[in-house]
Design a protein around this ligand. Structure first.
Ligand code: SF4
Length: 246
């Protein structure tokens, strides 16, 4: 569940900080370079206006209201600019960083789902974190998912079936570095990434040249231990990227 109020709180504090800094600078040095300082003021005010309109756009996207893909794209660029500082501020405001990350992934996914794709299965890479494998299972599925015996104890078996059914490339990565290496090696045209909020946002930010649909993993046993996946959500993302209706 997305908590937009916390996101708005962080962005509002950011706006206040920018206004405060601008006022202090205006008090001390505005007399020195009038024309120059006026243009700085205008730029900062324009930037603040963009952030404020971004709040409205984000509100609409999060509440599944109709927004044009172009506006969504611009909004996502603004959110990307303020993302780092928002994460920093959330720490001081005692707001879990994951609340900001969830909004970020929602904005990314909604933009991707507003587009049209017709990507071949073999050009789609499904990236899965290793913690999905049952901790007691000794089979090595990280390099080859088909080593799984599909015993039904974890979702790896579902991924084997998904691979057989759709023909997409499924890779279980032991970490972000290996996942990035796999992307460089296989050069996919789209990625469906399953991970926690932190890994998904950093992955989406790293892979800018192709669509990356983010799917949150479920962590009933705590982080990074015997996690689960909503296979239907992954399959829907694959079908969408292949140009099929979901
Ligand atoms: S489904 Fe596959 S990976 Fe999971 S426990 Fe069974 S054999 Fe191991």
């Amino acid at each position: 569940m997305l908590d937009l109020k916390k996101y708005i709180k962080v962005i509002s504090v950011l706006i206040l900080i920018i206004l405060l800094i601008l006022s202090i600078f205006n008090l001390f040095i505005s007399n020195m370079f009038n024309l120059f300082w006026l243009s700085i003021n205008l730029c900062v005010l324009l930037f603040l206006l963009l952030i404020i309109s971004s709040i409205f756009m984000t509100y609409k996207v999060v509440n599944d209201k109709k927004v044009s893909p172009f506006i969504m794209k611009i909004n996502f660029k603004i959110v990307n600019i303020v993302y780092g500082i928002s994460i920093l501020l959330s720490k001081f405001l005692d707001i879990p960083k994951d609340e900001i990350r969830k909004i970020y992934v929602k904005l990314n996914n909604t933009y991707i789902y507003s587009q049209k794709y017709n990507i071949k299965s073999e050009d789609i890479l499904v990236l899965i974190p290793h913690c999905i494998q049952k901790h007691t299972c000794k089979l090595k599925v990280t390099n080859e998912v088909k080593n799984c015996k599909v015993c039904g104890l974890c979702n790896v078996g579902d991924l084997v079936r998904l691979n057989e059914k759709t023909g997409v490339n499924v890779f279980i990565a032991t970490g972000g570095t290996l996942a990035r290496k796999k992307i460089i090696e296989t050069k996919p045209k789209a990625v469906v990434a399953v991970a926690c909020e932190r890994d998904l946002t950093s992955g989406i930010q790293d892979i800018k040249h192709i669509p990356v649909v983010g799917v949150f993993n479920k962590r009933p046993n705590g982080p990074c231990f015997d996690t689960n996946i909503d296979i239907k959500e992954v399959e829907d993302a694959i079908n969408f990227l292949r140009g099929e209706s979901i």
